[in-house]
Each structure stands twice: as structure tokens, then as C-alpha cells.
Design a protein around this ligand. Structure first.
Ligand SMILES: Nc1nc2c(ncn2[C@@H]2O[C@H](COP(=O)(O)OP(=O)(O)OP(=O)(O)O)[C@@H](O)[C@H]2O)c(=O)[nH]1
Ligand SMILES: [Mg+2]
Length: 318
């Protein structure tokens, strides 16, 4: 584009009669509401840290929120394969298809080398399926999106430090997906231990140069930058999961009943599950989806297309 035309300022004219194009936002909203939204999350981490249980907790709490759906009461067993679980949640006319991909935990073998490969491959496969659909001559107007928007990474609540395997896997994941770390089974730490552990993990992640979500961009305004900063100081979220309901003050909630009392997973004083849920659904849902398309998928797409171009440009062998 020539710079002389780009630099000319456009004069703003106020319409003398009502034209009605301000309804474009309502038109867009109507269209989006009809189509609905798709949000895909994957859970990753060592075996037995409560990944499958947390999925149940998220669904159950959402289902309670959106009033009157059946709870996901399946008993949790050790996960042996990558398994997407999906629910459509409706709230005030907004339809969200929430896909959570459960993965088998790793870390109980003597040699854990490459145990995360299948998970990375799964994430890349979704990108490649999307690209394939985008490149077909008769592409659909709306492509079904299975790209993973967020990876919840489960950290063992050891209270000491990250394990070597955590650092490797989070680094690998952060190259292809938005990574959000959580401290699993946070009920096993005291409040002081929890804070100290979280601080230690943040320091270690900075030290190892692990790039975690959320990212500030040139487009971020002051408010977004502040919100992102507050999220960064809160991560990793210390969560407790439960696949059981307990009754507290006549209300059914997700909780863990122990000999010394009940942990209500939705009580902010007990754990940070509610913060994680708010972050995922209330404040960063759209940004997670957008970042996936604009950063992670874009990187994959340009790499693939460049490779394709090189292949076709190469002179044929004699
Ligand atoms: N104390 C405590 N126990 C939990 C929590 N979440 C899950 N558990 C228990 O931990 C055990 C393992 O939970 P799972 O959800 O199967 O763990 P997973 O990470 O899916 O394990 P794999 O499928 O082997 O990777 C179960 O007995 C759960 O009840 C938690 O927040 N606190
Ligand atoms: Mg599991």
C-alpha cells in the first residue's frame, strides 16, 4: 500500500438522519448466537493427579450453573486413552459446546521419555485437520473447530519444586497451545505451603523461560494488561476436584468429605477452583480462542504452507 494514501485522515461525518448501521453489533450477535461457541480444553499431567476428576467437577459445576441438567456422575477410573468429553451448555440463550479432552497420566514408568508425544501429536493433528478443511476447494462456511484452546497442566502438590518432566512437557506444550498450570489436589497443602509453593513455581517457570498464557499484545489496552498481570500473579491455580456431591447448609455442592470436615470445591476460602473457572469462562474465553487461532494455529499454518511451497518449487529429479 502506498504511504501517501494511507496517511490521509478520513473525515468523520455525522449522519443527519438515522441510517441504522449501528444495529450491526446486534446483527453480529444474532448470527453468533445462532451458531454458538466452541471451547476445547485438554488436561495434561502425571497419573493420579485428579485430571479426570476435575473434568467431572467442571462439568458438574457448570451444569449446576446452567440449571437443571443431569450431573456427570460416572465413577473415575485410570484413563488409558485420549478421550474427549463434550457437553453443550446454555446460559441466557448463549450456546457453548465445551469439549474437554482427557489424557492418560504419565510418569509411573522407569523411563518416561517421550510419554507426552501422543498428546503433542493430538494437538497438532487438530491444527492439521483444520488446515486441511480450510484448503479444500469447496470449504464449509463454518469449519468445525477442534483446535485445543487451552491446556490445563497438573502439577504434583509436593510443596518442593517442579519436576524435570514438568518443565520439559510444559515447554513442549507452550510451543503449540495456551498452557495454564494448576496445582493439583491442593487440599494436601496448608495455606502457607500453598502460597510458598505457588511462588516457587512461578519463579522456576520464569527461570526456565516457559511462556505461559495470558500474553500481552500490542493491541492490549491498559485494562487487559492489568487483568493479565493479576492472572499471572495468581497462577498456578491451586485446585481441588471431586466427583461427589455433598450437602452443605441444604445446598448440593461438589466437595470432598474427610474425617475432619468438608472441602467445598466452590468455596474460594477452600481452593481456587472458582478463580480458574471464572478465568476460563468469564474473563478469558474469547481471548483463549483468539490466541489459539492467531498465534498457535497461525505458526503451524505458515510452517506447513512454507514446507509445501518449498516442495513444489524444488526442481523435479532428472
Ligand atoms: N485429595 C484429593 N484427591 C483427589 C483430588 N482429585 C482427585 N482425587 C483423587 O485422586 C484419585 C485419582 O484421580 P483421577 O481423577 O483418576 O486422576 P487422573 O489424573 O485422571 O489419573 P490418570 O487417569 O491415571 O492420569 C482418585 O481417587 C480421586 O478421587 C483432589 O483434589 N484432592
Ligand atoms: Mg484420568
Amino acid at each position: 500500500m502506498s504511504s501517501s494514501t494511507a496517511a490521509t485522515p478520513t473525515e468523520e461525518i455525522r449522519a443527519s438522519t438515522y441510517v441504522g448501521f449501528d444495529s450491526i453489533t446486534a446483527q453480529i450477535e444474532h448470527k453468533l448466537l445462532k451458531r454458538g461457541f466452541q471451547f476445547n480444553v485438554i488436561v495434561v499431567g502425571q497419573t493420579g493427579l485428579g485430571k479426570s476428576t476435575l473434568i467431572n467437577t467442571i462439568f458438574a459445576s457448570h451444569l449446576i450453573d446452567s440449571k437443571g441438567r443431569l450431573a456427570a456422575e460416572e465413577p473415575v477410573r485410570q484413563t488409558t486413552e485420549i478421550h474427549p468429553v463434550s457437553h453443550v451448555i446454555v446460559e441466557n440463550g448463549v450456546r457453548l459446546r465445551l469439549n474437554i479432552v482427557d489424557t492418560p497420566g504419565y510418569g509411573d514408568q522407569i523411563n518416561n521419555e517421550g510419554c507426552w508425544d501422543t498428546i503433542i501429536k493430538y494437538i497438532k493433528d487438530q491444527h492439521s485437520a483444520y488446515l486441511r478443511k480450510e484448503l479444500t476447494a469447496m470449504r464449509d462456511r463454518h469449519i468445525q473447530d477442534t483446535r485445543i484452546h487451552c491446556a490445563l497442566y497438573f502439577i504434583n502438590p509436593s510443596g518442593h519444586s517442579l519436576r524435570a518432566i514438568d518443565i520439559i512437557v510444559m515447554k513442549k506444550l507452550s510451543e503449540v497451545v495456551n498452557v495454564v498450570p494448576v496445582v493439583a489436589k491442593a487440599d494436601s497443602l496448608t495455606l502457607e505451603e500453598r502460597e510458598a509453593f505457588k511462588q516457587k513455581i512461578r519463579a522456576e517457570m520464569t527461570y526456565h523461560n516457559i511462556r505461559l498464557y495470558p500474553f500481552d499484545t500490542e493491541e492490549s489496552d491498559e485494562e487487559e494488561i492489568q487483568l493479565n498481570e493479576s492472572i499471572r500473579t495468581m497462577t498456578p491455580f491451586a485446585v481441588v476436584g471431586s466427583d461427589r456431591s455433598v450437602i452443605i447448609d441444604g445446598k448440593t455442592v461438589r466437595g470432598r468429605k474427610t474425617r475432619w470436615g468438608v472441602i467445598n470445591v466452590e468455596n474460594e476460602k477452600h481452593c481456587e477452583f472458582v478463580y480458574l473457572r471464572n478465568f476460563l469462562t468469564r474473563t478469558h474465553l474469547q481471548d483463549l480462542i483468539e490466541t489459539t487461532a492467531q498465534i498457535h494455529y497461525e505458526a503451524f499454518r505458515s510452517k506447513q504452507l512454507l514446507a509445501l511451497k518449498e516442495q513444489t518449487n524444488r526442481p523435479a529429479a532428472p
